[in-house]
Design a protein around this ligand. Sequence first.
Ligand SMILES: NC(=O)c1ccc[n+]([C@@H]2O[C@H](COP(=O)([O-])OP(=O)(O)OC[C@H]3O[C@@H](n4cnc5c(N)ncnc54)[C@H](O)[C@@H]3O)[C@@H](O)[C@H]2O)c1
Length: 313
Amino acid sequence: MKKTLVTGGAGFLGSHLCDKLIERGDDVLCIDNFFTGSKENISHLIGHKSFELMRHDVTFPLYVEVERIFNLACPASPIHYRHDPVQTTKTSVHGAINMLGLAKRTKARILQASTSEVYGDPDVHPQPESYWGRVNTIGIRSCYDEGKRCAETLFFDYYRQHQLEIKVMRIFNTYGPRMHPNDGRVVSNFIVQALKGENITIYGDGQQTRSFCYVDDLIDGMVTFMDSAADFTGPVNIGNPGEFTMLELAENVLHLVGGKSKLSFHDLPQDDPKQRQPDIALAKSALNWEPKVCLKDGLKETVSYFRKTLKLG
Ligand SMILES: NC(=O)c1ccc[n+]([C@@H]2O[C@H](COP(=O)([O-])OP(=O)(O)OC[C@H]3O[C@@H](n4cnc5c(N)ncnc54)[C@H](O)[C@@H]3O)[C@@H](O)[C@H]2O)c1
């Protein structure tokens, strides 16, 4: 039974990860400060003999005995990470230092939930791991993008300096049940607006593209990566390369939800990337991983989750 720590375990991805780890027999310690996470996400695990929940902020050191660390703690949506940008950078940077320190002391293997945002507004498309990115250091998204970039640097410095077993995973847009309904992310936005019969907000002309990975595929990739050979550090992109414009996504959602919502067009926010698509050749060859769930099936699950939890439609 592996003693596994999940930071940010009460969040969207973290709670699905806890489910998966419990299911395969790990002994899971979930820590969270509940900034964006919620107890509802993990309430079904409370009382399970292999699950423990601790309120803790990763910007403070943590002294526990573990063999594996999944470091997911960090607000992930612009609304949340811009709410307190200084705290966002602290969570990424101090959080990484604290968790790497814990990994060093306990000789635990550690995985960092990094992000496609390290590529910024890319001028290479799709983005392979070798691309260094095009990131604004002083913009309103920088607290997140640069915090995550610095965390990656720390992971590789601990690897070189202290021979830690590290895994750096660059996560692309992921969606599914337990996303926050009001965090401004495009999939949850569109679904909630459609379920409420409100107009769908499109920024710019809606031709900017995103790729969307269903949460089950993402978690599968995360666990496979953690279990991969010790010398495979990444960084590795995990995401779904299927590319959709915002207009196509809106059409898919409207088709599933029905109703009378119309599209309403607004100015593009600052630093909003125009294109984002993972190159997943490395994940395929090194991890034998690729996503399996198509957008339509994933959206169906997500719509029914929001219908149930928001009691709409
Ligand atoms: N969901 C995506 O599409 C996506 C894409 C790229 C990267 N990521 C990364 O994956 C991770 C999880 O994202 P998510 O979508 O589940 O977001 P989320 O906001 O649902 O989860 C983050 C969790 O971290 C917790 N947290 C925040 N600050 C903390 C702190 N200082 N100490 C302890 N806990 C703290 C929150 O309460 C929450 O439970 C994040 O690191 C995010 O950057 C997610």
